[in-house]
Design a protein around this ligand. Structure first.
Ligand SMILES: *Cc1c(COP(=O)(O)O)cnc(C)c1O
Length: 410
């Protein structure tokens, strides 16, 4: 069977299809999977792992996520500009010069040192912005961002004394929850519990304590605390081959393209830059308008394949910036304009999953998903129909008559 997506009503023949029903289902499946009363932060950093930040954020909130996680202030602003009012936490460090912008947009900020807490408190008193919401980050073993237990206590005392900041959360991040051995994760969770106890002794209670990423929440309920931060599995992708998704979870995104030329190679003909592929016999090939600027990594040349009607179509020659040649075995029905699945959810079409494609070049599906180019339009499906479009980072109204009429063949 071919990937049964409707052809988009206008626009580029290379596009990503995001099934919002899958995103909704993945949020609901996670809420069923975690302990009772645990809430969910949908992590939508990296343009929602390439799926398109604002629309995925809105879908996740409507499905039951109570907060959103981003990596940069700009990502938070993009979601606010789309009209969402849910709490948004910037998970990592930001520049001092961004604090005012972040607070004006009502973003919650992670704090990894006393100096950061002081800078936020100073910014808050310079502008009457209400009480900024902060989540103190404990470095429990990742040794990336965050404070030691002693520093966490000192930051909390400062917050308590100044009364200018709201202690919305205390959190940490796991370094090795995706591997089979959870002993390091257990030690990190224990250190978070130590920090919580130390604060309780001081009479300080953060609103929520959180630690689990997708791998941790899927592996064990021991790491749930008050809230889980669902990242890669929000998109129906397993954090590692060894981690099983919860029942009801499925991938949301497929990258699609269309055949724009069908031609034949004669024996000895070569394909593309560097003439790295040479046909041994007469061979039918097709051209698809997708390349490494779209996120089809050049290192996938000679390794990856695309899918059509359940058949794998191996790549021929080097992937270019904007175009790629694929084999069209005789017997595959192929006409110019036919859809071809590049990678993602539509594996029934013969395409590789993001994990399979990542594996070909020794990386993880996270990197393939976030690498999908900004110029690839994202079409959003609900009940099999397109309900939204993001193009060049902007949400485009689908009932834009001018757009549809302009796209009619002349
Ligand atoms: C990215 C991120 C997550 C989500 O991780 P996944 O493995 O994608 O679930 C959670 N917490 C923090 C701090 C992160 O940076």
């Amino acid at each position: 069977m071919c990937a049964s997506f409707p052809t988009p009503p206008f626009g580029r023949p290379t596009y990503a299809v995001i099934d919002l029903d899958a995103i909704t289902g993945n949020v609901q499946a996670t809420l069923r999977h975690v302990s009772d009363g645990v809430s969910l932060m949908a992590v939508v950093k990296g343009n929602a792992y390439g799926h398109g930040g604002p629309i995925v954020a809105k879908t996740a909130v409507e499905a039951g996520a109570s907060a959103l996680g981003v990596a940069t202030v700009d990502e938070g602003l993009e979601i606010r500009e789309y009209g969402l009012t849910a709490p948004i936490l910037v998970l990592g460090p930001i520049a001092r010069r961004e604090i005012g912008t972040a607070l004006r947009a009502d973003l919650s900020l992670a704090v990894g040192s006393l100096a950061e807490a002081e800078a936020i408190a100073a910014a808050a008193s310079a502008h009457p912005l209400g009480q900024p919401r902060i989540h103190i980050k404990l470095d429990s073993g990742m040794h990336r961002y965050g404070a030691t237990v002693e520093e966490v206590v000192a930051i909390c005392r400062f917050v308590h004394e100044t009364d200018r900041l709201l202690l919305a959360g205390l959190f940490t991040h796991f370094a090795a929850a995706d591997g089979p051995d959870l002993s390091f994760t257990d030690r990190q969770a224990d250190l978070l519990r130590v920090a919580v106890r130390r604060l309780r002794e001081e009479g300080i209670t953060p609103e929520v304590v959180h630690a689990a990423n997708s791998a941790a929440l899927l592996r064990s309920r021991d790491y749930d605390f008050d809230l889980v931060r669902l990242g890669v599995s929000l998109y129906g992708i397993a954090p590692d081959e060894s981690v099983r998704l919860a029942p009801g979870m499925r991938p949301a995104l497929t990258v699609m393209t269309e055949l724009t030329r069908i031609h034949h190679l004669e024996p000895g003909d070569t394909v593309g830059y560097g003439c790295t592929y040479r046909a041994e016999s007469r061979e039918r090939v097709g051209l698809v308008p997708i390349g490494y600027a779209d996120g089809l990594w050049r290192s996938l040349s000679h390794k990856a394949w695309m899918g059509k009607d359940g058949v794998r179509l191996p790549l021929r020659g080097r992937i270019c910036m904007d175009q790629t040649v694929i084999n069209l075995a005789e017997g595959v029905s192929a006409r110019v304009g036919d859809p071809v699945a590049v990678m993602g959810a539509a594996t029934e079409s013969g395409a590789g999953s993001l994990a399979e494609i990542a594996g070909l070049i020794g990386t993880i599906p996270y990197e393939i998903a976030t690498g999908i180019g900004a110029r690839v339009p994202r079409w959003y499906l609900r009940d099999g129909e397109y309900v939204a479009l993001m193009r060049n980072g902007r949400v485009v109204p689908l009932d834009d008559r001018a757009e549809i009429e302009a796209s009619q063949p002349v």
